[in-house]
Design a protein around this ligand. Sequence first.
Ligand SMILES: NC(=O)C1=CN([C@@H]2O[C@H](COP(=O)(O)OP(=O)(O)OC[C@H]3O[C@@H](n4cnc5c(N)ncnc54)[C@H](OP(=O)(O)O)[C@@H]3O)[C@@H](O)[C@H]2O)[C@@H](O)CC1
Ligand SMILES: Nc1ncnc2c1ncn2[C@@H]1O[C@H](COP(=O)(O)OP(=O)(O)OP(=O)(O)O)[C@@H](O)[C@H]1O
Ligand SMILES: [Mg+2]
Length: 327
Amino acid sequence: MALNPRCGAIRACRRVLERAFSLRKVHSIKDMENTLQLVRNIIPPLSSTKHKGQDGRIGVVGGCQEYTGAPYFAAISALKVGADLSHVFCASAAAPVIKAYSPELIVHPVLPSAVDEVEKWLPRLHALVVGPGLGRDDVLLRNVQGILEASKARDIPVVIDADGLWLVAQQPALIQGYQKAVLTPNHMEFSRLYDAVLRGPVDSDDRHGSVLRLSQALGNVTVVQKGERDILSNGQQVLVCSQEGSSRRCGGQGDLLSGSLGVLVHWALLAGPEKTNGSSPLLVAAFGACSLTRQCNHQAFQKHGRSTTTSDMIAEVGAAFRKLFET
Ligand SMILES: NC(=O)C1=CN([C@@H]2O[C@H](COP(=O)(O)OP(=O)(O)OC[C@H]3O[C@@H](n4cnc5c(N)ncnc54)[C@H](OP(=O)(O)O)[C@@H]3O)[C@@H](O)[C@H]2O)[C@@H](O)CC1
Ligand SMILES: Nc1ncnc2c1ncn2[C@@H]1O[C@H](COP(=O)(O)OP(=O)(O)OP(=O)(O)O)[C@@H](O)[C@H]1O
Ligand SMILES: [Mg+2]
């Protein structure tokens, strides 16, 4: 008998929660559209007066004997999004393989001891994507540390992904407080980073709070936690990207995201906060890269279903970009 009122209270409570959630959903769709509009604002117009290089010269640091696909996916995605030149700084064993995938990429076989080589190119690069297919060799990572320090000294924006995040988890001080860094961890990489920086496990019931806290603890570095919904934060604001993708989870999608983000970060910083309505340009860029990757996944899945691969997604970049950003 005592159960009835309690059940009633639970039902009432559930109704309130359901209402709150459905309202949040409506708001989040509106927020998504508003943020997509900010992404549109940062895209530079195509113009016959520009010269090659003006729309972006991006470098990807990654690629070893085992992993040649990841840096290729990142670098070709940067070009497909609209960068003019895309460089890959990789291990010598990976270079001929990556060159053979694409004549469009400029490939430098300079890893592991690459600091001087990359430093030579830094003045000509607008953004660096560090980590796809890099590997975790100690000597290599010491060199990548040098590349990150040189990039910071020159104020070059860096997107850090995959094994680059492994390095940051060993030495968070490397990017602590660097306002031009964006970290793009997947589920595993996020847990590793969180544990290294906040000395405790992630609260899986509070993804927003976890991303916010990690960003704050890193001195407001922008963090993009990829997953069923992508959660983005710069320690002040939290954005959620739930652009429809698909349930196909082939490897390489994160590489597409990090390469696209390299270009968008450059464009966003060039456009500045006036074009992003006061929001952080890096957050807006990250939201753009997440939406684009998920839209590519959605479109590729419509055509290829279960056999969708990242190459199929890359073939969709042009159409996905038009659909999201050139409407
Ligand atoms: N074609 C190529 O060249 C590609 C190369 N790549 C390159 O590979 C390198 C290593 O990168 P990575 O992402 O495999 O390494 P890491 O973060 O240690 O994760 C490994 C473990 O994490 C787990 N796990 C992952 N997601 C999870 C989830 N959502 N939820 C739960 N668990 C999850 C999963 O555990 P499992 O399921 O096996 O137990 C898995 O074993 C790096 O250089 C990267 O760029 C890739 O870019 C792909 C394309
Ligand atoms: N469960 C999911 N549902 C929908 N989209 C997802 C899901 N998990 C990840 N994604 C999307 O897939 C893309 C890549 O995220 P993922 O977590 O697979 O990265 P990753 O593990 O680094 O990939 P990679 O294989 O390139 O290393 C992101 O755009 C993310 O939004
Ligand atoms: Mg990855």
